[in-house]
Design a protein. Sequence first.
Length: 624
Amino acid sequence: MGSTFSGIELGKRSIMAHTQAITTAGHNISNANTEGYSRQRVEFKEFDPLYLPELERPEEPGMIGQGVMSFSIRRVRDELLDLRIVEQANQEAYWDTRSRYYTMLEQIYNEPDEVSIRSNMDKFWEAWQELSIHPENVAARQAIVTRGISLTDTINQRYESLQGVNTLINGDIDATVQQINNYAVQIAALNGEIVRSRGMGDNPNDLLDQRDNLVDKLSQLVNITTSNRDVDEFMVHVDGRVLVQGSIPRSFDLRTVIDNNGNPQLIWGDTGNDAYIWGGKLGALIELRDVDIRSEMQTLNTMTMNFSDLVNDVHRNAMGMNRTTGLDFFTSHPFVENVNGNYDWDADGVMDRSYIFRFTGTNALNSQEQIGLQGTMTFSAPTGTVEVAYYPTDTVATVIDRINDSNGEVKAYLDRNNNLVLKATTAAALSNPDFVIRHVEDSGMFLTGYAGILRGSGAAGAYDYLQADAVNQLTEGAQFAVTPQVNPSAYIAVNPALRSDVLSVAAGFADAVGGIASGDGRAAIEIAAIRNTRVMIGHERTFDDFFADSVTNVGLKGEQAATQTLNQNKIMKDLRDLRESISGVNIDEELADIIKFQHGYNAAASFISTWDQLIETIINRIRA
């Protein structure tokens, strides 16, 4: 039967349960402004009755209740909503990062008209036009040299600005990697504490909040997924690979590589394997550096390389007032000193590759002439090779357009002597070098006997850069140029010989006796005509096309990043507001709960007082 003192025990349990509820409500109020905190609730349960049905008990109707107990303290959390926020947060950080850096790029391209590359290049062409009219004018030559210096300085400045953003991104990547590694270590440590706490039968609510807060922060830095949230071995994955498994963290590291301008490459710290990140702040930074900034630098280098190459090609074949010839207008810096472009790629002391930028055929072609040949040309492409077919009814111009419209990384045009020129473009893949012709092959005769570039047809006569002295595959007499040093826009400058003596600036061509006729401005006219000639290598056909495309490209991508940032901010705001409405602390609600639990506490105290009076009555009457 029930004890005489069972009522006191019952009241004590109620007081303890309501005390815990009041304490928990106070804990909620205290952490109302704590980042990542989720409100907690005490869950009450009836204490086991005095007599359970399965136990032997006296014949009594029903079971005697023994009050209340708090069997757990749980945090109010929507796990599905948490997963949605983790999945979406990386996109918000991704677009926000792109938007911030594209603001910097737009500032670089938003040059004042009077000092922009385009305006300085326009002045450069105008100076050559003036020299073509007055080829005996020394002042016109001085103007060309001065404007050439201004133009090259502006190009150098554009490269330095892009490189400056690249350096900022590298610093940001390094800091972000350290943050990710730090979060992984903290999450793993919390996993261990949570497992130990659960092993003792507790609900480690505050530890779970800390872990979820770290996961939220980590999800902004990198695209992660989580699993096993409700079991002991909580896991965090990055791109399908484990970053945290229970109490074991992994880490990222940065490895300096030769490719990609020496930019550090992201790897897994334990295996050394390449790590591929597509989302979050880190994914945006890597994409900005390896795709966007690299593309802008490659475009600037393409313009610079072809601009200087075309001007030099005319100028070195022309003659100055002092009868000097053979001078390039702009300085060139070959990638290798070997005249055949041979390069020791693996640094084992043996030449094993050929770095050649340009081939020039031996035969003059008529752009409108039908070739009367059939075959397939094979050129290096971003991945592998691309085939370009030609047919007997095609004209030379048609074949050239077909080459340029393919996705091959070799482009073509006819030079001033109507010889076919093949030039390398920048490479899409980081592993491939810029301005290097990697493969040229022709199953027929267009590139061989017709254009005079390759010595033979088919695979046996193909040019491939993965060997030394690959230029031996060219037709005898075919000209070629060695690949320039990386980033020609960084070092382009006017030839010092012209800066010291402007009379060496060539305006005309030598006559049959090696002199130059008075008033000959043919070379100046040819150089001035480059301005609107379809000679740019790549998708842009003229220099004006290049400037229009470069500015438009940066502006559109910046606009896209800004728009996507606003969209993602709105999406994340809705998700966070919804979570806050579920898990956030409402101080008014907590105060109301405190009052409710206080009344329960007071009632339990009154119950104990009443029971105490009953016991006192019994004891006093027994004494009486």
